[in-house]
Design a protein around this ligand. Structure first.
Ligand code: FPP
Length: 255
């Protein structure tokens, strides 16, 4: 499917929502708690967005759980986050299966501690047949790293004579990303009033609508999620075309 075509009429829920879950540290600081308590509280918001997304018929949900840059945080915080991920995977499996949620992961998974990687792989395998919602954890993930890895793989295909440089198109690059079958996010939500992409899905966010909320991630509740989805519904997505062209395309889709 072309990424620039008006594929989505905006009176439907987004097919793919991506979220930068920011503000856990500030939430904890405000309460004079260790940062890890902010992350722990943030796990509850994760559960809520997964349940609500499934209920609303959103097909893909990508959560930025841990960035390439986050490896540089204090070892204690990294260790606590890894523990939380393992705990989450263990606790949520039954609910994922019940709710037809398929777990997937994008990122440099080889860097994860063995125990986390094993839980992740086991959960992905046990949920692989689910097709209600794809929950994609971006973990040890960086957008630049994803593009670098795609470039290396394409270069290797060229060197081996499997690919001609003329065949390096947008589609070819997409085919070499971590999850090529996943459509681009329609909506990117970022919490805690930060207006940055932070190395998240650099290729895929080209035409995503961005909604930033001041709410810190642990306080992100159903009402806040609905408010972000309503803000998205009011957007006029044009994908670089004119409003007239979009109207014509809508008329053709729904005569
Ligand atoms: C950013 O907030 C958040 C993270 C680096 C980690 C996100 C992890 C969770 C929400 C924990 C649960 C996740 C799963 C998938 C179970 P920050 O620490 O940068 O906050 P700050 O900007 O206020 O310091």
């Amino acid at each position: 499917m072309s990424t620039t075509a008006p594929s989505q009429i905006n009176d439907q829920p987004p097919r793919h929502v991506a979220i930068v879950m920011d503000g856990n540290g500030r939430w904890a600081n405000q309460r004079h708690l260790p940062r890890v308590e902010g992350h722990r509280a943030g796990a509850k918001s994760v559960r809520m967005v997964v349940e609500e997304s499934r209920r609303l018929g959103i097909r893909y949900l990508t959560l930025f759980a841990f960035s390439t840059e986050n490896w540089q945080r204090p070892a204690e915080e990294v260790g606590a986050l890894m523990g939380l991920f393992a705990q989450y995977l263990e606790h949520e499996l039954t609910l994922m299966l019940k709710n037809d949620v398929r777990l997937r992961a994008i990122g440099d998974l080889a860097r994860l501690p063995e125990a986390v990687r094993r839980s992740l792989c086991a959960t992905m395998q046990k949920t692989e047949r689910a097709n209600g919602l794809d929950l994609i954890l971006a973990i040890s993930y960086g957008g630049r790293e994803e593009l670098t890895s795609a470039c290396k793989s394409i270069a290797s295909d060229v060197v081996q004579g499997k690919l001609n440089p003329d065949q390096i198109t947008n589609q070819c690059i997409r085919d070499h990303l971590y999850a090529p079958d996943v459509p681009d996010p329609d909506l990117l939500i970022r919490t805690s009033d930060e207006y940055r992409i932070s190395n998240f899905l650099l290729w895929q966010l080209a035409y995503s609508e961005i909604v930033v909320t001041p709410v810190l991630w642990p306080d992100f509740n159903k009402q806040e999620y609905m408010a972000c989805l309503e803000a998205y519904n009011k957007r006029n997505r044009r994908f670089g075309l004119t409003s007239e062209q979009i109207e014509e395309a809508r008329a053709r889709a729904c005569p």
